[in-house]
Structure formats: structure tokens, C-alpha cells
Design a protein around this ligand. Structure first.
Ligand SMILES: Cc1cc2nc3c(=O)[nH]c(=O)nc-3n(C[C@H](O)[C@H](O)[C@H](O)COP(=O)(O)OP(=O)(O)OC[C@H]3O[C@@H](n4cnc5c(N)ncnc54)[C@H](O)[C@@H]3O)c2cc1C
Length: 313
């Protein structure tokens, strides 16, 4: 199937300064660049040999530093079928190649406000117009703004290869700093968010050393649903930039259930609830400062959710 798909596709390959159309080419040669138009062609190209995936390029190119691209490259940015947001049965489906500016504009329910706020924090408008959701997740930076909201939303990732399709929780997909469970021949085709919390309130807060174009010191995504008696019925909290991967604070989530939102959260959020975090000292902040900031951001994010729920009531 893979070979025939490559054969069928008149794939444009640029090598060095020459551009030519080659059928049935394999990716064994370094410096090969392929820009397929369909997912089928992209998967066939990846199955033909080792190659790096290029999407918006906003992490790909900076990661090269002074080096030139030596690997074979499959540029998936022309695969239109992987862009856009919609409903797929019990899930919201976000195409892997959906750009951050498209997330901001998409008509999504309130529980996605956390993701939309994070999208507005990704670099600048120019970066949001180019950078994709899949690129953010597959790059797997501990400071990736898209990860805490999607972890809080309990998102799954869909991974396709020429021979298989599989899904897994985003929490299990990112396994370390710049490490994921993606196999070399797989493309992250979509992010799936279970429905059911559509009307829950959500917030995203990011602390950096300046207001714009900043890598976070700590960030928090929170989703809260409140029942008719003013008590919390659902709480989801994920913290980023304070461990190699974003962490859900499940003990705190459990402790918040039934809490009366009129009594506030300052006493409810305790240090032990953040014990899963393992922040580092680096140029942006000390570990101690990060921990303190994370706790404050959690309290503020919960307050932001509750005040938006009171405004909506
Ligand atoms: C100036 C600047 C500021 C930035 N600021 C922020 C910020 O504030 N917050 C933040 O989170 N990020 C920031 N970024 C990083 C970047 O913009 C985002 O992570 C963006 O979402 C990456 O998407 P991309 O499509 O450009 O990925 P690419 O650069 O194309 O790819 C990134 C990685 O993902 C892989 N990949 C891409 N698509 C797929 C796919 N569909 N399937 C499998 N693998 C894939 C690539 O092989 C590569 O390893 C910034 C970048 C720049 C240059």
C-alpha cells in the first residue's frame, strides 16, 4: 500500500538547488524534501525511509541552530485534511495541523477557553499563524503552552502510520523533555477531546519574565464546573513548566469536589497538592520560586474560573 501510494503521487522533491518530479522515490538520500498533499502520500513517504516531519517550522528551524537540514524532510503543511476543528461523535476533533490562530477563532464551548487563552500566549500573532497544535505537542517542550490545557481537557492524540492507527492519552504520549511515544513513521493526525464538560469554566495563566513573547516560568490550566448549590462538581488542574512534563494535580482535584466556591480557595490549595511537581533551577527562575508561583497561579486560575461562572449565572 505504501509503495503504491508513493508511486501514485507525483511528489515534488527538491534536492540541493535542483527541483524535479520523481515517482517512487525513497527517502534514503539525505537532503531530500517532500511536500505531500494528502495524508496517504505523507504516510507512504514516511514509511519509505527515515525522515523528519516539518509542519509550521517554528520549532523545527530554531532547533537547527547554525546547522543546515541534513535529514530527509516530509513537509506536511500542505495536507489540508489535517486542519480544522469539529465534532466527531463523543469527541471534539482538532486536526493536528490546526494552527493556533485557528484555535483562537474556532467556535468552541467554554471549557476550551483555557486552550484559547494558551493559543494567544504562543509567541506572537505571526507564530500563531504558522505554529500548529501537533508541532507543539510533538516538540514536547516542558514549557509548551498547548500541553497543560489539553492535559486538563483529558485529550487523546491520534497517531497514524501507513499500516496502523492508534490513540493514547496526551498525558501518556509526552514522556519527558522533548520525548514522546511517537514512532518515526507516525504522524500526529488529531487531538481528541471528550465531550461532556462543554459548559465548565476554564482558565489558563502563564507567568513569564515579561508580558509578550516569553517562555513560561510556570503555567496553569484549570477547568471547573459548579453545581446549583455553588459547590464544585468537577475540577481539573494541570501545571506546566514545573516538571519535565505537564502534571495533573489529581489530589487537589479530589479535595476540591464539594467545596463551596463562596469560601474561596486560598486555604484549600496546599503545598502537598503540588508534591508531584519537580521544578528546576534555570536562567528564568529558581525551583523554589517556580513552586511558589505554581501554587499562586493555581489559586488564581480557580478564582478566574469561579468568577466567570458567577458572571455567566
Ligand atoms: C519566536 C518564537 C516564539 C515562540 N513562543 C512560544 C510560546 O510562547 N509558547 C509555546 O508553547 N511555543 C512557542 N514557540 C514554539 C512553537 O511556535 C510552537 O511549539 C508551535 O506550536 C510548533 O508548531 P509547528 O507547526 O511550527 O512545529 P514544527 O516546528 O514544524 O515541528 C515541531 C516538531 O514537531 C514535529 N511535528 C510537527 N508536526 C507533526 C505531526 N503532525 N506529527 C508528528 N510530528 C510532528 C516535527 O518533526 C518537530 O520535531 C515559539 C517559537 C518561536 C520561533
Amino acid at each position: 500500500m505504501a509503495d503504491s501510494a508513493v508511486q501514485m503521487a507525483a511528489i515534488s522533491i527538491q534536492k540541493g538547488h535542483r527541483t524535479c518530479a520523481i515517482r517512487g522515490h525513497t527517502l534514503s538520500t539525505t537532503g531530500v524534501y517532500i511536500r505531500p498533499r494528502t495524508l496517504r502520500e505523507a504516510l507512504a513517504a514516511l514509511s519509505a525511509g527515515e525522515a523528519r516531519i516539518l509542519s509550521g517550522g517554528t520549532d523545527f528551524y530554531p532547533s537547527l541552530g547554525e546547522r543546515v537540514v541534513e535529514d530527509a524532510v516530509v513537509d506536511v503543511s500542505g495536507v489540508a485534511e489535517l486542519r480544522g476543528v469539529g465534532v466527531d461523535g463523543e469527541f471534539f476533533r482538532i486536526g493536528g495541523l490546526t494552527r493556533w490562530s485557528e484555535i483562537i477563532r474556532a467556535p468552541l464551548p467554554r471549557c476550551f477557553d483555557t486552550l484559547k487563552s494558551a493559543a494567544r500566549e504562543v509567541g506572537s500573532v505571526q507564530i500563531q499563524n504558522r505554529g500548529t497544535v501537533a508541532g507543539n505537542l510533538c516538540n514536547a517542550s516542558p514549557a509548551a503552552d498547548g500541553v497543560p490545557p489539553l492535559v486538563a481537557l483529558d485529550a487523546e492524540v491520534e497517531l497514524a502510520s501507513a499500516s496502523s492507527m492508534r490513540r493514547m492519552k496526551l498525558e501518556n504520549f509526552i514522556v519527558g523533555n522533548r520525548k514522546t511515544e511517537r514512532r518515526a513513521d507516525e504522524i500526529l493526525t488529531a487531538v481528541l477531546v471528550p465531550r461532556g464538560l462543554d459548559d465548565a469554566m476554564s482558565a489558563f495563566l502563564k507567568l513569564g519574565a515579561r508580558r509578550y513573547l516569553v517562555i513560561s516560568i510556570a503555567m496553569v490550566a484549570a477547568i471547573v464546573a459548579v453545581d446549583g448549590d455553588g459547590r464544585i462538581s468537577v475540577a481539573r488542574i494541570a501545571v506546566g513548566s514545573c516538571a519535565a512534563v505537564a502534571r495533573r494535580l489529581r489530589t487537589l482535584e479530589g479535595a476540591l469536589i464539594g467545596a463551596d466556591v463562596r469560601e474561596g480557595f486560598d486555604q484549600l490549595v496546599k503545598s502537598e497538592h503540588l508534591s508531584l511537581l519537580s521544578p528546576i533551577n534555570d536562567v528564568r527562575a529558581t525551583a523554589e520560586y517556580r513552586m511558589d508561583a505554581a501554587r499562586t497561579l493555581v489559586q488564581r486560575a480557580l478564582k478566574a474560573c469561579v468568577s466567570s461562572s458567577q458572571m455567566a449565572a
